[in-house]
Design a protein around this ligand. Sequence first.
Ligand code: AMP
Ligand code: ZN
Length: 113
Amino acid sequence: MNDCLFCRIIKGEIPSVKVFENDDVLAFKDINPQAPFHAVVIPKQHITGAAAITAENSAAVAKVFEAIAEIAAAENLSDGFRVVTNCGEAAGQTVPHLHFHLWARRDLGWPPG
Ligand code: AMP
Ligand code: ZN
């Protein structure tokens, strides 16, 4: 996807501060952090969002959550963390490439807004 912001970050066409990378997953610091630790964790496969997950592409989601566990261990997020995905305009999705916000290092209220 030539015009997808996160595909361009994966390709290195747009700079990012990488937190984690392997063959399937990239995580980078959010440019507008909502917590002291705020990473965006994405599959390298272009999937438009949570509503587009299918039996054919869901392995990419498992890879994302394996990466999140690795990041949590490497960053010592043992106090707790939150993983959020926004799907669709009303939920606040602004980038149509499946991504998971990983927030930590502050108290995270519940329920969220
Ligand atoms: P969402 O609003 O759930 O679609 O999340 C998209 C996230 O991507 C937002 O939190 C943005 O701050 C973040 N974002 C947008 N552009 C960049 C960028 N170039 N580098 C890092 N994060 C970005
Ligand atoms: Zn993409």
